[in-house]
Design a protein around this ligand. Structure first.
Ligand SMILES: O=P(O)(O)OC[C@H]1O[C@@H](O)[C@H](O)[C@@H](O)[C@@H]1O
Length: 273
């Protein structure tokens, strides 16, 4: 499923060999910002504004096409979280405009072997001066209904000791620490959520707008439409080699199973629009 057919290339969309020889799309905005997207997994691995990369790829990420890339914005679909079905892979792409790229994932024998449905998932990535936008549209092309959960498991570059997220106060939480198989229900009381240690927490019915201070001098506004939940994750000493350098702020639909037709939008903006 890692192969890709590229239908067009222009000044703003280039396809090149990425790490491990995996095809990578380089998307450039007329304003100079740049994004890189691996077709394997439809994973945005880099979003650079003014030469600063706001996303983070873990040093232990593997680019063999055998497992999802650990970093950037990998997809969890059709299931959120560890389980028998892991993240799926985008298998072709087509270019819609100067700096908008649309990837498509359709069922194939591999996906059928783990999730026996016919579907189409379109994933659009666009870039403006200060904004990286994504749209994920899942359509049931089967004769039988299905449901799924999903997430954009987004790794932001950060200094974990200075990083914080605003906007989650009052949300119901499912805290996966200490036991991910038995999350503890609660309510977020803090205006500003920080990452002082291991963090793995689901926020239910989270608002459409959050503010991430990455602790490196950048304030990133994360807006969404239709993604209902948010996950904050930092592995702390369980990934000692790099936990200080990122935080995950993930948009998700993780606790309900969603119906067959589904469109969600996520916009990450640095600075003011
Ligand atoms: O698959 P990755 O990139 O190693 O991330 C795993 C983590 O992803 C997070 O989304 C989950 O909330 C954690 O429970 C999980 O450990």
């Amino acid at each position: 499923m890692a192969s890709a057919s590229v239908e067009s290339v222009d000044t703003y969309v280039k396809v090149t060999d990425g790490l491990g020889g995996l095809p990578k799309v380089i998307l450039t905005s007329v304003h100079g910002s740049e994004a890189e997207i691996y077709l394997f997994g439809g994973c945005v691995t880099s979003w650079r504004v003014d030469n600063t990369d706001l996303l983070y790829v873990r040093p232990d990420a593997i680019f063999t096409g055998l497992k999802p890339i650990s970093g950037g914005m990998p997809h969890c679909f059709p299931q959120f979280g560890p389980g028998p079905i892991q993240q799926s892979i985008v298998d072709s792409e087509n270019v819609e405009g100067n700096h908008v790229v649309t990837l498509v994932l359709r069922d194939d024998p591999y996906s059928r072997s783990i999730w026996d449905y016919s579907f189409q998932a379109l994933y659009k990535v666009s870039l403006d001066r200060n904004t990286l936008s994504t749209e994920l549209k899942v359509t049931n092309t089967d004769e039988k209904p299905f449901s799924f959960s999903t997430a954009l498991h987004t790794y932001f570059r950060a200094s974990v000791t200075g990083a914080s997220v605003k906007g989650l106060k009052g949300c119901k939480t499912l805290n996966k620490d200490p036991d991910p198989t038995n999350p503890v229900e609660g309510v977020e009381e803090r205006d500003v959520v920080t990452f002082p240690g291991f963090v793995d927490c689901i926020y239910l019915d989270a608002p459409g707008e959050l503010y991430l201070d990455n602790g490196l001098g950048d304030l990133i506004t994360i807006k969404n439409t239709n993604w209902s939940d948010v996950v904050l994750w930092n592995p702390h000493l369980t990934i000692e080699s790099c936990y200080k350098d990122f935080v995950c702020v993930e948009n998700a639909k993780c606790c309900q199973q969603w119906p067959s037709h589904f469109t969600v939008f996520k916009h990450c903006n640095i600075g003011l629009e």
